[in-house]
Design a binder for this molecule. Sequence first.
Ligand code: NAG
Ligand code: NAG
Ligand code: NAG
Ligand code: NAG
Length: 304
Amino acid sequence: MGFLIWACLLQLLFLGSPRVAAQSPARILDAALQDYAYRAFVRPRTGIVYNATLPGNLTGIAVSALRLRSGSLRRKGFAHYLEFGLPTGIIVQPYVERAVLVYQNLGNWSDHYYPLPGYTYLAPVLGLLVYDAANLSAVGLQELSIVASGTPISVNFSNVRLVPPGAPAPRCVLFDLDGVPQFQDLEATNVCATYRRGHLSIVVNSSEIAPAPSGVVAPPRPSPGGRAKAWKIAAGTVGAAVALGLLASLLLCLVRYERDKKLELMERNAEVGETLRMAQVGKTQAPVAFGTRTQPVIENEYAA
Ligand SMILES: *[C@@H]1O[C@H](CO)[C@@H](O)[C@H](O)[C@H]1NC(C)=O
Ligand SMILES: *[C@@H]1O[C@H](CO)[C@@H](O)[C@H](O)[C@H]1NC(C)=O
Ligand SMILES: *[C@@H]1O[C@H](CO)[C@@H](O)[C@H](O)[C@H]1NC(C)=O
Ligand SMILES: *[C@@H]1O[C@H](CO)[C@@H](O)[C@H](O)[C@H]1NC(C)=O
């Protein structure tokens, strides 16, 4: 038994600790906004922009929904979906017959959901996410990908704050669903371009500009002390979750071992016939299931 515990521990160490499912606040918001956007389709017609009604705790955010046939999106585009200009040649992946394009304007929540230390937002974060339109009462839908195969999608920001003279040039920032920022130059004044879904805005390196004037998008930042404390709490929580996960995996491993041992016993007791065959099936299934369950964890760990 002692050997078994060691074997289980080694396996856990080398196969990676169990996944700590940490959905970012931005992704949780995406899921909520998909739900509110879909509820905006009362008597849904394709090609019409519907504005969603959001609960009071999301005041400041605007969400719209637009349902289009994939074929129409590809052939005709949609020139003015609020700030987004969708050119011809946009391909939805994987293919669906109709797609819903969810527009998000995070307004004064931009800095909250997409914090970007060292930069100041000059415009709200806008999002364009795409979902399957097959079931308009669906929740928790997976985002579809889109690719602009010809000209890129343009985003014409309105109400962009001016930077003081001498400040560095504003840049576009693009976030894919993983929340990792990518910076690129503006296409034209207040215009960013993208070939994909995601969130984007215009930012400026804030190290060289004076403290932001009034009417700023950014809420007050937590003090360094507060941040350190929050960090400690977060680290503690993650640590506890990992420890709990390890313990659970250890138990699972032991249970699995007990089950295998029982099967082995059955096998030995049965000379021939059904019992033996069933036991073999049961036994060979166990490692297969285990393998498929652990592999994604490995990939995640090393791809990160
Ligand atoms: C929908 O919302 C947008 C801003 O997000 C606004 O410009 C537009 O006028 C609204 N449309 C309707 C029909 O209320
Ligand atoms: C907003 O309130 C709704 C209930 O009205 C709740 O389900 C949701 O979690 C809240 N969202 C946020 C971001 O606080
Ligand atoms: C955004 O503004 C609304 C009022 O317009 C307010 O209720 C909300 O708390 C603000 N959000 C943030 C993150 O400051
Ligand atoms: C902002 O600009 C300063 C000076 O040019 C530079 O040192 C710093 O790395 C920049 N910050 C970011 C976040 O790019």
